[in-house]
Design a protein around this ligand. Structure first.
Ligand code: G4P
Ligand code: NA
Ligand code: NA
Length: 191
């Protein structure tokens, strides 16, 4: 069992509404060794894809995305949830991301400067639930003319529709930890 799965079992807390809290090692306090332990899985899966950039969304995607980008030796770019005053509206790509957990919709942005039509982009995020964040990131990539070569997820809640939705849209989704169920507060993995 990977270090991430072991940490999920040992320290993950299940909350009502099928929410898994991993604040002690991934979402608030971050254990670099846990992220380091899955970085090679992403590398092995996507290494022949010619990746030129890693894209995530702030805030909790940044830590895993940074380590994966370091391994691929490419820049890491993150979509921002607030528009910086220094980016003019014509200089940004923008997309709407709905959060089912928070029941809000918000725009996320990237500066046009950092995505090029020749880029081959790997999306990395900490969680996959409904797939809204990943679909929004793929939309930003599409607007730039670049290519989404894959989506790498640390923790996938496989009982939610995210993976199916992204696969239907044609994306290659790879997750280092796939959770089959969180029923009765018990964490069950695939495999
Ligand atoms: P989606 O992107 O897959 O559609 O996720 P959804 O709208 O359902 O969830 C919104 C936020 O909650 C996302 O973070 C997502 O990563 C996170 N999330 C979803 N399910 C879980 C869960 O069971 N546990 C934890 N810890 N997070 C979950 P976000 O709003 O973008 O916030 P952040 O990146 O600033 O933390
Ligand atoms: Na999050
Ligand atoms: Na996230």
């Amino acid at each position: 069992m990977s270090n991430l799965k072991q940490m999920v079992l040992d320290y993950g807390k299940v909350y009502p509404g099928n929410v898994l809290k991993v604040d002690s090692f991934l979402n608030h306090q971050i254990d670099p060794h846990v992220i380091k332990s899955i970085e090679n899985d992403f590398y092995q899966y996507f290494k022949n894809k010619g990746i030129t950039k890693v894209l995530t969304i702030e805030s909790s995607g940044i830590a895993p995305a940074l380590m994966v980008a370091y391994r691929f030796d490419v820049p890491m770019l993150f979509a921002k949830k607030a528009l910086p005053s220094t980016i003019k509206s014509e200089d940004k790509y923008e997309t709407l991301v709905h959060s089912y957990t928070k029941n809000t919709s918000s725009n996320v942005f990237i500066s046009k400067e950092y995505l090029d039509k020749d880029d081959k982009v790997l999306i990395i995020d900490d969680f996959l639930a409904n797939g809204e964040a990943a679909a929004g990131l793929a939309d930003l990539i599409e607007q730039s003319g670049a290519e989404t070569v894959g989506i790498g997820i640390c923790i996938e809640k496989s009982f939610q529709p995210g993976r199916e939705r992204l696969e239907k849209a044609g994306y290659d989704v790879y997750s280092t930890c796939r959770i089959k169920s969180l029923g009765d507060g018990k964490i069950e993995f695939y495999e």
